[in-house]
Design a protein around this ligand. Structure first.
Ligand code: GUN
Ligand code: FE
Length: 454
């Protein structure tokens, strides 16, 4: 107990299984100097009073006020950092036209490091203020601006996993926004990996380079192969878009005569540290390949509604044992909040199950067993995200990092509807998941360091 660096006292919610919540009522959380939860002491434990006698009143003792609760920090598995500058706009076109009309012209601007710094500083701060303690980012094709994003995460205390995007096929990408050729795409990626791994040596919470083919259509076959080799050589995370839209799914089918999952696997791009966004068109064979290789799904329910016209059968994939986390997919998903996406994942699953066409007889509507609960959505936003990245994050549990959001249900401008001082704690958890706004997120901690407060 002498090793405690910070001690926190209060009630915490964390996932037990994907379907069940553990409530840690009025516990003591002992965090060591590495930012790891070393010990959790429950009030029934005889050590509890000894800890209180020793630490209460000291600077490193933090007791939550009435109406405040700990939640694990959220893990956002899919963010396009440059697209923050257009979030909320450009939602009127299908994916292919959207990329060419709005998104590629915007991303091209990140050759300008001043512009990149302005947007990236604001985005990282905004995500922290929304409770996101870890984010898996797509940057742009620019090596320097991508490194800048990693440096901003490092400085602001967020755990950032950052990819320099590869788009090297001159047939598929505009001349004003692509890698110059395959050779430079791979060389820039390798230099980027080495630079981020060097930066990581000084960053307590970790920053990580991510091998990032934008999606199969944007890359030559040589680039896809080379990226798989780089990921293996440097043992990096990998991210891409997989089976997202009709157009993209059909393109891959025509080019490789197989689904995205098997094509990506051929290039060494699936595995324990791979996260594939969307995955709307996975069939049972694809899903089995994901489960077998440990590849995770970055589930982006809001973006899927706009750009894939799709509700992914997430309950089916979970039952197959695939790791699943949630992603905002900024800006195809027009919110920086994983609370919004957690709610949307529940809503979308209900629509899939119950059907939306009331003209059909009840028995012909929807897909049975599709619904998920708010507990599962919370799990995807926290522990599921951690498992997807193979990092010890997303749970308030011994040997996990102290990445937490302190939720204040009593903020005058954003009071949660709690009227009974003895309200059931599980009801409070649900109210937090459905009603929390940034005003309620009083403090955010990453790896034992306070990185946001209001
Ligand atoms: N597929 C390729 N690029 C993108 C992107 O930026 N956003 C989404 N949603 N899908 C993509
Ligand atoms: Fe995306």
């Amino acid at each position: 107990m002498d090793k405690c660096y910070e001690i926190f006292q209060g009630t915490a919610f964390t996932s037990h299984t994907s379907k069940e919540i553990t409530i840690l009522k009025d516990c003591l959380f002992c965090v060591n100097e590495n930012g790891i939860i070393e010990k959790i002491v429950v009030p029934e434990n005889e050590e509890y009073q000894l800890f209180l006698d020793k630490y209460q009143g000291r600077d490193n003792f933090h007791r939550l006020a009435d109406g405040q609760y700990f939640l694990p920090g959220f893990v956002d598995l899919h963010v396009h950092a440059p697209q923050w500058a257009q979030s909320g706009t450009a939602l009127d076109l299908p994916l292919h036209d959207w990329l060419n009309t709005y998104t590629f012209p915007l991303e091209a601007k990140y050759a300008d490091l001043d512009f990149a710094a302005t947007v990236y500083e604001d985005l990282v701060q905004t995500l922290l203020a929304n409770g996101t303690t870890t984010a898996l980012y797509f940057a742009t094709v620019h090596k320097e601006a991508s490194l800048l994003l990693a440096e901003i995460c490092a400085k602001k205390g967020q755990r950032g996993l950052v990819g320099k995007v590869v788009m090297d096929d001159p047939e598929q990408n505009p001349d004003y926004y692509r890698d110059i050729n395959t050779e430079t795409a791979l060389a820039d990626t390798e230099e980027f990996i080495l630079a981020v791994q060097e930066l990581a040596k000084q960053v307590k919470q970790g920053v990580y380079p991510v091998v990032t083919p934008r999606f199969i259509p944007s890359c030559t076959t040589e680039a896809l192969k080379g990226l798989g080799e780089l990921a293996a050589k440097y043992d990096t995370h990998i991210q891409s878009h997989c089976s997202e839209s009709d157009w993209e799914h059909e393109y891959v089918q025509n080019r490789f005569h197989k689904h995205d999952a098997f094509a990506l696997h051929d290039f060494g791009l699936l595995g324990d540290k791979s996260v594939m966004a969307h995955c709307n068109f996975l069939d049972d064979d694809d899903a089995e390949l994901f489960a077998k290789t440990g590849t995770a799904i970055g589930h982006c329910p809001l973006s899927n509604a706009y750009f894939a016209n799709s509700v992914i059968p997430i309950a089916r994939f979970r039952d197959k044992g695939i790791d699943i986390g949630l992603g905002t997919d900024i800006s195809a998903g027009a919110t920086p909040s994983l609370y919004d996406n957690a709610k949307q994942s529940v809503v979308s699953s209900r629509m899939l199950e119950d059907g939306v066409n009331n003209a059909l007889p009840a028995e012909e509507r929807g897909v049975p067993n599709s619904r998920i609960t708010i507990n599962e959505a919370f799990y995807f936003a926290t522990a599921g995200g951690g498992e997807s990245l193979s990092l010890p994050i997303g749970r308030i549990q011994e040997n996990y990092t102290w990445d937490v959001q302190i939720i204040d249900t009593n903020v005058p401008s954003a009071k949660l509807p709690i009227f009974d001082p003895n309200e059931d704690l599980y009801d409070i958890f649900q109210k937090i998941m459905y009603n929390t706004r940034p005003e309620n997120i009083r403090e955010v901690w990453v790896q034992g360091e306070k990185v946001h407060s209001r």
